[in-house]
Design a protein around this ligand. Sequence first.
Ligand code: NAG
Ligand code: NAG
Ligand code: CU
Length: 187
Amino acid sequence: MAAANKFLLCYVAAVLVSGLAVITCKASTTYTVGGTSGWDISTDLESWVQDKTFAVGDILLFQYSQIHSVSEVPKESYDQCNMTKVIKTSSDGNTSIPLTTPGQHYFVCGNGLHCLGGMKIQVTAIGGANSPANAPQGSDNGPSGLVPGSKKNQPTLSSSNVINGGSDYLVLGLLCVVGTVLYLIGS
Ligand SMILES: *[C@@H]1O[C@H](CO)[C@@H](O)[C@H](O)[C@H]1NC(C)=O
Ligand SMILES: *[C@@H]1O[C@H](CO)[C@@H](O)[C@H](O)[C@H]1NC(C)=O
Ligand SMILES: [Cu+2]
């Protein structure tokens, strides 16, 4: 009876741990920017961003028509809609951008007038399960990949996309079950 109880306890523990893993190590989320309206000048992007919490590992999917583009830019470019300094620009109409670092990320339409019209978002990525502890936030734009304002819209995308399931917890749970079975056999 004691062994059965122990097994039950272990089983419950494994389930709890797995549940916790799902909550804490939630898989990366892909957000379609602007929802069904997409990345557009008519979309209320500010409201769209407001009620969301983004984490490192999440992906922003920008969907837009040919007249638009999407550029990740440093803060000063974002504030002034000045496209002189751009980190990365895409114009393929369906652009996935993973949030690979914690802190602020700034995205604008490459058309300065659209940007001035509100076609821009500022996103804060909180340190995800994949990032080592909490890196310092607000370290605005360490512009390591800064490309001076070339007017070419090149759809170069980084794909250092870190997705990590809760497999560690699964292994832990399995070990627990195996341990219990061994214990049962041994007793
Ligand atoms: C944009 O920023 C650059 C410096 O980064 C500056 O030289 C230029 O005058 C700015 N343009 C406008 C329109 O403010
Ligand atoms: C847009 O990109 C997403 C993610 O990469 C993909 O799942 C989707 O099929 C693409 N849609 C179109 C219309 O290409
Ligand atoms: Cu635009």
